[in-house]
Ligand binder design. Sequence first.
Ligand code: SF4
Length: 313
Amino acid sequence: MDKPFAITLDVGSSLANRTGSWRTNRPLYVDRLPPCNNACPAGENIQSWLYHAESSDYEAAWRVLTQDNPLPAVMGRVCYHPCENECNRARLDTPVGINSVERFLGDEAIRRGWRFPAPARESGKRVLIVGAGPSGLSAAYHLRRLGHRVAIHEAGTFAGGMMRFGIPKYRLPRDVLDAEVRRILDMGVELVLDTKVDSILSTMRMGEFDAAFLAVGAHIRIDIFSGKFAPRTRALIDLGAYAVMLPLLVWLSYALFQHLAIGYLRSERSGQSAMNLPVWPFRIVFLVAFTLLAFQVLAEVLKTVRALRTGSR
Ligand code: SF4
């Protein structure tokens, strides 16, 4: 039998060997991220802020949390908390309610008016951020903490991006979102609304920016044909698609309308609806909706025809 190093006795029972207790294995200590931290898309130091929250030092917990994520009241409401799926505790009973604690800390910060500190020193650099959604706001926050001067240019009328336009109010009340956005702006971040950036280079030159961060969001039309066809071929494909889709759309919409509205409401004998409602308002609603849709499609068709003529899209 192979004996461990410097051992002349057999391994096994120390009672048999009369040597007292001894071991042949040593534990190896490794320093790794806990599974919750590892799973958090915002990269939060969860076990650290939970430690402070558990000691009832909520402000310290919030300050540790916001070192990574400046929007805890938002994330505490809308994040689908992959951290909790990975929590070791889930295999024993239930995971730690990380998301709820995050929301509590975010709300507590708004209620008590906690602010982010001003940067320790100014770097003298100026950064342009395009887009005031979650990505642009987070970038502005982190850059400002490093002492850079930041200006966010947003094409829309409000900051918040998909947090404002993609998440319903009952899930994310707008006063909560506004409070967290305001706190970032209060660090000295400049927000320029209703300003579309058409040329990064000229905007950077005019504003004397040293760098730019594009946070234009994911709600951009993705052209799956992009670059695969010449513009004229592409326009012909589009026209063919409209020629097939348009009659199909009209037929489907009207069939659906007949089935759902008229068929349901009208009684066979009286020509009145079963609920005693006239049918004509439903016809008008359908007509208006269909006219709007037709205008939209017409605009697309005209764009495509123009592309065919000019050879560019
Ligand atoms: S709930 Fe909070 S801590 Fe958990 S994954 Fe989402 S952002 Fe990270």
